[in-house]
Design a protein. Structure first.
Lengths: 299, 772
């Protein structure tokens, strides 16, 4: 029996990395348009359908608690832009800075410094720098504003920044630096309300867009399960969740897409390991699983 | 009454009484004996009432208490305070926290630093625990409607699982939970900086930065980025507010918080604030703690309450007055101590009569009673006879107030010098020897008017008192001087009236906190008296004053020059030490290059060398005792051919022939050797540990300390004085009052450090091991 939640780079039901279709386009099929993420993605498509944003630059903020799929959404937006920029003769280059190792304890200045060092490396290896002086820039404050002039004119830079964590002032700083033909994609789990995030970027001269992600709604559970289940059409043994089970789970507490994925994966993994042939997965199965193994949050 | 430790003689005979009767919080333990006097009963009842009153809902104000413990030195205030803290811990377990603030701070900012340092040492148990509790509640609430999570929720509420870990493992929404923790904290304080900092304690990697700030330092970059920009210790106001926030947090909900501020009188007298501002700050402190639901104990000398404004006094609830111990109390104490230490509930070698006499001699003061019991037990054991009245007198004379006598002389010299007065020590006036003869000026040609100071210890019996009266009468008959009697110790009530009649003024009882002030006032009055007496030209009086002022100025300049030359000596001694260190380091490096193993693990990963704090404590004492090295330095100088060599040779000629200097050298060497041996024994103990120390190990460490303390008792530390400040730089001034003063201070410092050493080692060593 397969686990319907099995996706690449998954460990104990949790993704090691967010889905990144920029790097691996085949991952696009794993995206499930549950309510909020679809709305957020569609908003991005609307906001940037018109390529005139290129004249001002852009800052995009994904706001929402942990495990709501913010980073995956930003990658998805970046990938969409590579295909739908709408500016003939221009091509999108995505630079992913989320790998920069940052801790929340690091100060904003030091964090931005790290990002700057990483960006310079990426720009250099992409071979798109036309003004070498750019590589001498010592902080994002001097680097980012010069990007449009120092990089090949037919390149549009889309830079995915690391999460700003609770240091949301960092987002405002970045928003003040964006030049033409550059889009900064950033995120924070510390702002749930998109209006709070809008305040951070409203004074920027760049085009700004705030994408809010939130909790699952009752019906999202079945939608998510069935879309993933379809990826494994050949395995007939997989028992489906009983009617209303996932909805009940979702409504019992604040549940995110990450929570749900982990829960379903763990329950199916348990069934598989116990070799339990059940006709369907009920709420009792899930409760039983948690009572057995979830003491203290440890398996 | 205080009895932190029991001393064993080297032969193994146990002295059931503690050698140091000064209460130390770290040493209060199972073998402590507390006699339930009225004061102790009253304060304990108040505490129990506070602890029992857990029905008051969380956050409701006014459930805190402020209690004052007042009494003289050695009357057992600190002991009572510790007793309350240990009672609180025993009664309340995890929900009760206690903080003891000692080493009297000079202002509220220092008091805050002390408070924060205390919290930091127990940070996991106190502050973080409270925030974690809130965090656990928040996470548990989020699971309340989810039956599948019920076991997880229950474990959280029972504090069996750590919310921080649980959230991290499940990748739950830390941001949301922490913002809910912030909302809860907002119910306790509206100080945003504190809310942010406390919440950060629940995130990985922030603890150090947050505690740096809590301890009064500048906020680091990680905190500044989060809106925390001001030092807590920037003003007394912010420091007081911070204490309030901590108290509210720690005493939150069903929790209880007991805070002791000892020697509060010193805080009041030393604070830099103008009185009104100071009292308002104190009032705020009391309000803050009471509102926070804490149990605040203020311990101080009897008059501290009188210095408070009415509105401040009103904030203090119960006032507990320390009372003298009765003979019955002491009989019970002796029996209990012997039962604990020797397993036999007995009074011998004491009798009920000797106990009564001890109580009388010590005026019922617990600190002196405990000290007398210790020395009397030892003497009785050494001499093989039961304790008798004569032995009590001898022991009291030899041991009580010895330190005070040294300090008193140092202070007399300081006052006389700073007033520009010349004085003569141990001089005869007629047939009577006086401690100080201080000429104040000429009344007429050849007639000198003087102040004379008589010094006596506790008056123990009638014959001693009669002698004293005779001496006073003899002095009075001589005329042309005023007599001031300084008593170091006690004047039994029955002698007081007659003394006053004989002297024409009250005797001055030595009390280190007020003596300088009192002596100055007496001398000033005597100078005025002299000026009135000398019916003479005001210009001449004025000239006498100018003369004294000139002398004062010269003394000050002398002191400055002396300090400058001392700094030079310090520099040259430091250079020597640096080169010595470099040599030792060289040896170490060479050794390691040869592949020698420098450390032998005792505890896994721990070197055989003592932990830095403990090694530091030993080095500090050995540094003070380093007379031989100082002498060697002067000998070395004497053989050279420089300007210093001349003074070095002169200094040696002047010093070496005196027996006192030879004794000083001997005692210094013995003290040094004793300390070195103690250090070796402790190092060996440490090296032999294979696991964290068990109870047996701790007992052994304690015994090692007791042997040290016991042997220390037989070495008269004060005899090192003639060599205490031995260097050619001070040569010219060695004989004068300032030089004497510097040496006396150094001796006091050395003797304090020696006495505290075993206590420090026993406290620091286990603490530094638990940190490893």
């Amino acid at each position: 029996m397969i686990n319907p939640m099995d996706i690449p780079a998954l460990r104990s039901g949790m993704a090691k990395q967010p889905l990144n279709p920029v790097e691996k386009p085949e991952l696009m099929e794993l995206f499930v348009d549950i309510d909020e993420s679809r709305a957020a993605f569609e908003q991005f498509q609307r906001d940037f359908a018109d390529p005139r944003w290129l004249d001002h630059g852009a800052i995009v903020v994904a706001a929402g608690r942990e495990q709501t799929g913010k980073t995956a959404l930003l990658y998805r937006c970046a990938r969409w832009l590579t295909q739908h920029l709408g500016a003939p003769g221009q091509q999108v280059k995505v630079l992913d800075c989320t790998r920069v190792e940052l801790t929340a304890v690091t100060s904003i200045d030091a964090r931005m410094q790290e990002v700057c060092t990483y960006l310079k490396d990426e720009l250099f290896s992409a071979g798109i720098v036309i003004d070498e002086r750019l590589l001498a820039a010592e902080s994002p404050r001097s680097l980012i504003p010069r990007l449009s002039k120092a990089v090949t004119p037919d390149v549009v830079l889309v830079i995915v920044l690391p999460s700003s964590d609770d240091l949301v002032a960092e987002i405002t700083t970045y928003a003040g630096l964006v030049p033409k033909r550059v889009m900064l994609l950033t995120e924070t789990p510390y702002l749930e309300n998109p209006d709070d995030a809008r305040v951070l970027v409203e004074r920027s001269r760049a085009v700004s867009s705030v994408l809010g992600l939130g909790l699952l709604k009752g019906a999202d559970g079945d939608l998510f399960y069935h879309k993933r289940r379809l990826l494994h059409p050949d395995d007939a043994d997989v028992p489906a969740p009983a009617d209303g089970t996932l909805e009940r789970i979702i409504k019992a507490r604040d549940t995110t897409i990450g929570d749900l994925q982990k829960l379903i994966w763990e329950v199916y993994d348990d069934l598989r390991r116990r070799n339990d042939a059940v006709p369907e997965v009920t709420y009792d199965h899930i409760t039983d699983y948690y009572f057995r193994v979830a003491h203290g949050g440890r398996k | 009454m205080t009895d932190p430790q029991v001393a064993a003689t080297p032969a193994g005979e146990i002295n059931p009484f503690p050698s140091s009767a000064v209460a130390q919080v770290a040493q209060i333990g199972a073998d402590t004996v507390t006699i339930p006097t009225d004061a102790i009963r009253q304060a304990t009842a108040e505490l129990k009432d506070y602890l029992a009153n857990t029905a008051t809902p969380a956050g409701s104000f006014g459930r805190g208490r402020v209690v004052a413990i007042v009494g003289d030195y050695g009357s057992g205030k600190s002991h009572l305070a510790f007793h309350l803290l240990s009672e609180a811990r025993a009664e309340g377990g995890r929900n009760v926290q206690g903080v003891y603030l000692s080493s009297p701070p000079t202002n509220f900012i220092d008091l805050y630093r002390d408070f924060a340092r205390n919290l930091y040492e127990n940070k996991a148990a106190v502050v973080e625990d409270r925030v974690r509790q809130m965090y656990a509640e928040v996470v548990a609430d989020s699971l309340a409607n989810s039956p599948v999570h019920e076991p997880v929720r229950q474990r959280l509420l029972d504090a069996e699982s750590d919310p921080k870990e649980l959230v991290r493992e499940n990748r739950w929404a830390e941001s949301i939970f922490l913002s809910q923790v912030q909302e809860r904290l907002a119910g306790i304080t509206d100080n945003r900086a504190f809310i942010t900092a406390l919440t950060l304690l629940m995130r990985d990697g922030f603890s150090d930065a947050v505690w740096e700030w809590f301890q009064g330092n500048e906020p680091g970059a990680a905190l500044r980025d989060r809106g925390i920009v001001q030092r807590i210790t920037a003003h007394e106001g912010t420091a007081l507010e911070a204490m309030g926030v901590f108290a509210l947090l720690i005493a939150h909900g069903r929790n209880r918080f007991v805070v002791v501020i000892d020697e509060v009188d010193q805080l009041l007298s030393a604070a830099s604030l103008p009185t009104d501002e100071l009292l308002s700050a104190l009032k705020k402190l009391l309000t803050v703690f009471a509102d926070a639901g804490a149990f605040l104990v203020l311990a101080g000398l009897p008059d501290f309450l009188n210095t408070l404004r009415q509105d401040v006094r009103e904030r203090i609830g119960n006032q507990v007055h320390m009372t003298a111990l009765t003979a019955d109390d002491v009989v019970e104490y002796i029996k209990q101590r012997q039962e604990r230490a020797l397993g036999e509930r007995r009074l011998q070698p004491f009798t009920e009569d000797t106990v009564r006499y001890i109580v009388e001699v010590a005026n019922g003061m617990p600190r002196h009673i405990v000290a007398l019991c210790y020395f009397l037990y030892r003497r009785s054991f050494d001499e093989g006879v039961p304790v008798n009245d004569a032995m009590v007198r001898t022991v009291a004379r030899e041991n009580l107030y010895v330190r005070s006598t040294d300090s008193m002389h140092a202070e007399v010299r300081r006052v006389l010098t700073s007033r520009g007065l010349t004085y003569y020590r141990d001089r005869y006036v007629g047939a009577t020897q006086v401690a100080y003869y201080v000429p104040l000026g000429e009344i007429s040609e050849g007639r000198v008017f003087a102040a004379v100071l008589l010094v006596t210890r506790t008056l123990l019996d009638d014959s001693q008192f009669d002698d004293l009266l005779e001496r006073i009468a003899g002095l009075k008959a001589e005329g042309d001087h005023e007599v001031l009697l300084v008593v170091v110790g006690l004047v039994p009530e029955r002698y007081q009236g007659r003394l006053r009649d004989a002297l024409g003024r009250d005797p001055l009882a030595y009390d280190s906190r007020r003596f300088i002030e009192q002596l100055e006032a007496e001398l000033k009055a005597m100078e005025r008296g002299f000026e009135r007496l000398a019916d003479r030209d005001p210009v001449v009086t004025l000239l006498a004053r100018v003369d004294r002022m000139g002398q004062q100025l010269a003394n000050t300049q002398g002191l400055i020059l002396r300090m400058a030359s001392h700094l030079d000596t310090v520099a040259s001694t430091s250079e020597q030490r640096v080169s010595e260190l470099a040599r030792q380091l060289g040896e170490v490096i060479e050794g390691s290059a040869r592949g020698e193993r420098l450390t032998t693990p005792g505890l896994p990963g721990s070197p055989a060398a003592l932990p830095a704090e403990v090694a530091g404590a030993f080095n500090e004492v050995l540094g003070l005792l380093d007379v031989p090295r100082r002498v060697t330095h002067v000998f070395d100088l004497a053989f050279r051919n420089t300007e210093d060599s001349v003074s070095a040779r002169r200094l040696l000629r002047m010093t070496l022939r005196h027996e006192k200097a030879q004794t000083a050298a001997g005692v210094s060497v013995l003290l040094q050797e004793l300390t070195e041996s103690y250090r070796s024994a402790v190092t060996e103990w440490y090296r032999d540990l294979t696991d964290p120390p068990a109870e047996d190990d701790m007992q052994r460490l304690k015994e090692i300390g007791q042997t040290f303390t016991l042997l220390l008792d037989y070495l008269p530390t004060r005899h090192i004085e003639p060599l205490a400040d031995f260097s050619p730089a001070g040569e010219d001034e060695r004989a004068d009052a300032l030089g004497e003063d510097l040496r006396a201070r150094r001796v006091l410092q050395t003797s304090d450090a020696l006495e505290a050493l075993s206590g420090r080692v026993e406290m620091l060593l286990p603490a530094s091991m638990s940190e490893q």
